[in-house]
Design a protein around this ligand. Structure first.
Ligand code: NDP
Length: 286
């Protein structure tokens, strides 16, 4: 039988993209599973995006991740969308299907929910408070609502973005959506089951920064999660842990969204421990 030397190609289009760690994680996973796949980290400017989408076809790629500034621009190129991607209004993963059609998914929020499930936390009937209303917050808020959260409160510095996200959740899910402008030190309502920092506060190299929260309003009955993955053990999570809260870090979310992409492209279960360990190694070197 003739050997097949042609690798299956996936990757990411973004700008800036040089610091994106996803490729290292996906390549480690492909190697661990013995798959002849390559993940290309590709700088694609806004202007070149139409050509890049042609290249996706010309190179017979299996799919692509999208990061800034392409997550919304890609929508008109897609044939079908997942329910979450439609509600979120942004796509981070494209799958080229057998018939050549393009399916768009958003795995950021799904990775978040999976990281919670892996720590035996469910969202059904829970009250969720989310700090931030950007891309990550949007994906997490929608997935929490779709996973059965009873209420989702969006707290954001820019009032308009908080209101708009709450509107989207109210219109498209059965969760009760609330919003609040973030002013001063935020007191967390005692009926909050899950508190999420979905802002970039605390991200390396500003790892000493803390979201303005009255940390003494956090209690042992709460779960507290952070989207920031570098460092994984953020000051925000450490402050929450001091008050007895159960914590979930952003590295788990990043690995699990990568794992979901891996399976969408290859059809193979992802080696999550390999992916998480690869990320940990990358960040300890940075
Ligand atoms: P966006 O720029 O879309 O949103 C940033 C959000 O943070 C906005 O709500 C913004 O508020 C808020 N914010 C930023 N600085 C401050 C501040 N000083 N005070 C109050 N609010 C602030 O970014 P993303 O949502 O794409 O990314 C946010 C973080 O999530 C990043 O650290 C990113 O690395 C991480 N991330 C992690 C993932 C994972 O898998 N773990 C996946 C995706 C992202 P405002 O609207 O007022 O500007």
């Amino acid at each position: 039988m003739e050997k097949n030397y042609r690798a299956q190609l996936v990757g990411v289009f973004g700008d800036p993209v040089d610091g994106n760690p996803t490729g290292v994680m996906e390549e480690a996973a492909f190697a661990a599973c013995g798959l002849n796949y390559r993940y290309l980290t590709l700088k694609v400017t806004k202007e070149d995006f139409p050509d890049a989408m042609k290249a996706l076809r010309a190179f017979h790629m299996r799919g692509i991740n999208l990061t800034m500034p392409h997550k919304i621009t890609v929508l008109p190129y897609l044939d079908t969308l997942s329910e979450a991607a439609r509600i979120i209004g942004a796509v981070n993963t494209v799958v080229v299907q057998e018939d050549g059609s393009l399916f768009g998914e958003n795995t950021d929020g799904k990775g978040f929910v999976q990281a919670l499930l892996d720590q035996k936390m469910t969202l059904k009937g829970k009250n969720v408070t989310i700090l931030g209303a950007g891309g990550a917050a949007r994906a997490i808020a929608v997935e929490c609502a779709l996973a059965g959260a009873s209420s989702v409160l969006i707290v954001n510095r820019t009032e308009e973005r908080a209101r708009e996200l709450a509107d989207v959740i109210q219109k498209n899910t059965s969760a009760k959506a609330l919003w609040q402008k973030w002013e001063g030190s935020l007191r967390i309502s005692s009926n909050t089951d899950l508190l999420v920092n979905a802002t970039s506060i605390g991200l390396h190299p500003d790892s000493d920064s803390l979201p303005p929260v009255d940390y003494d309003t956090i209690h042992a009955g709460m779960a507290v999660s952070d989207v920031v993955f570098n460092p994984a053990d953020t000051l925000f999570l450490r402050e929450a842990a001091k008050r007895g809260a159960k914590t979930v870090n952003g590295l788990g979310m990043l690995a699990r969204q990568g794992a979901l992409n891996f399976t969408l492209w290859t059809g193979v279960p992802a080696p999550i421990p390999v992916m998480e360990e690869t990320l940990r190694r990358e960040f300890s070197l940075s």
